[in-house]
Design a protein around this ligand. Sequence first.
Ligand code: NOJ
Length: 587
Amino acid sequence: MKKFMKRFAKKWCAALSCACVLSAASVTLAEEREHKPLKWWQTTSVYQIYPRSFADTTGDGFGDIPGIIRHLDYLRRLGAGAIWLTPVYPSPMVDNGYDISDYTAIDPLYGTMEDFDRLVAEAKKRDIRIVMDLVFNHSSDKNAWFQESKKSRTNPKADWYIWRDAKPDGSEPTNWRSIFGDSAWTWCEERGQYYLHTFAPQQPDLNWENPEVRRALYDAAIFWLDKGVGGFRIDAIPYIKKPAFRDGVPDGEDGLVSIHAMTANTPGILAFLHEFKKEVFAGRDIFTVGEANGVQPKDLPRWVGEDGVFDMVFEFGHMNLSLKNGEIWCRPTEWKLTELKAAINATQEATRENGWCPVFFENHDQPRCVDHFFPEGADREKAAKAMATILLTLRGTPFIYEGQELGFSNVAWPSIGDYNDISSRGQYEIALNEGFSPKEAMKFVHFFSRDNARTPMQWNTGDNAGFTTGKPWLPVHDDYAVQNGEVEMWDENSVFSWYRQLVEFRRSHPALRAGSYQELLPNDEQIFAFARTVSSYQLVTVVNFSLEPAKIPEEIIAGKTLVMDSEGPGETAILRPLEARIYQAVR
Ligand code: NOJ
């Protein structure tokens, strides 16, 4: 009986979504004519690749650029119009590429510049553009610029980084804690000074006050534009403007204060960014998305849109709900569904009139969304479909992080020594300093570790999930036999197939392409609901985030037709646990 129901549900879902796609497609142009023309990056989705973990063609255990080329058809199948590549530049890999030693070359670990050019060309054939990650707040300490800068106070590059004298007692210039833990200042014997690093000591911050530094960075970005890339994700951008170097009130047992609290998004930053836009991005058919932890929805009108500096920014209100007490992992906060909805609503509202936003629930720094946003014990597959439904029906450009489309979940390795992520190791130490036991500290690592998102891509049921023929740099998640690209691609009921249906639906439905967004049920602690409306079309998304059935208030679905359902047909007004539905009204 169960089997029969399952088969029935599958057919029903496919038929529904097909019917809907057809009727929607015939009105797309007419509906959109009433609205501002959309740019290419507003009508597609972006797929984020962590190259180290995507596909290895050499057997060295690290993913590489030829591995990405090998899987371009998979990405096309998923409907991606752009690939955001996390850094592939030469790097000592202290922070897996976010410590760049040469801004205009490719790290041999990933391949050659010819491989990169081939990737751009092969992607273009499939209507996919490559988006590069610009890491301009800091470089690697092995970068030739820093190697020069540290030599002496009179070197031509002396002022390319942020150097300060010690306090009279020899201690650090301020009591700021870097994001990865410990002081944000490191002593350099050669210069007899401290240098500042928002992240690891091997990631010294560049001095944006120096026009030569800014020019060198702009030229590096233009180098990649000349290669035909389709845009940039701009790393850690709120930290480029440093305020006065003053001590802050300590926020931890170590007597330090988070550098984030002291330097993120401080006055004067937008002047730098307007120059960056004018010199590099303006007038080009590309998109820019700034990583802007610390930028609030209220700031968005000055950051995005025609008068802003970027096309979109990743703003983290909805991702940081468990970290309301600052970015220290061992102080997680409880949060409610109403807070998640309020955070998302704030971003949607702030970009409603003149702006656009990325929609994202995962990236290479975050836990997997099925573990992040749902109650413990939630069925992974249902949760993944529920989140996908929100991701692909909100207003904005959806960003899908590798493996999210297959429903990947977190790992939980026994000891801190099993983790590669520099941040996990730093946070583990912080937890011990704060008085937690090693066992408790590991719990925080299990939830927050960035390695959750960095385990190798699972392509098939073969050795190492088809990721490598060698020893993978990070262990493959042990669920790969059931969760992998090959199995899910052919299962019409899989998370992957649900993504494909949603992507297709989004591409063709006028309300999802051009519709405005309206929040529904802001006070409901079980259901996430919103509407998208354009002209005479309205779609309503309703998702049950709880493990209990939830009754949909009659008023939001009255007179509407159910067009997609993650669980197959159910009792009309009752959402089953983790069920996601889309209703349509033609007015
Ligand atoms: C944000 C990146 O996403 C993260 O992975 C990196 O560690 C820091 N910025 C430093 O570049």
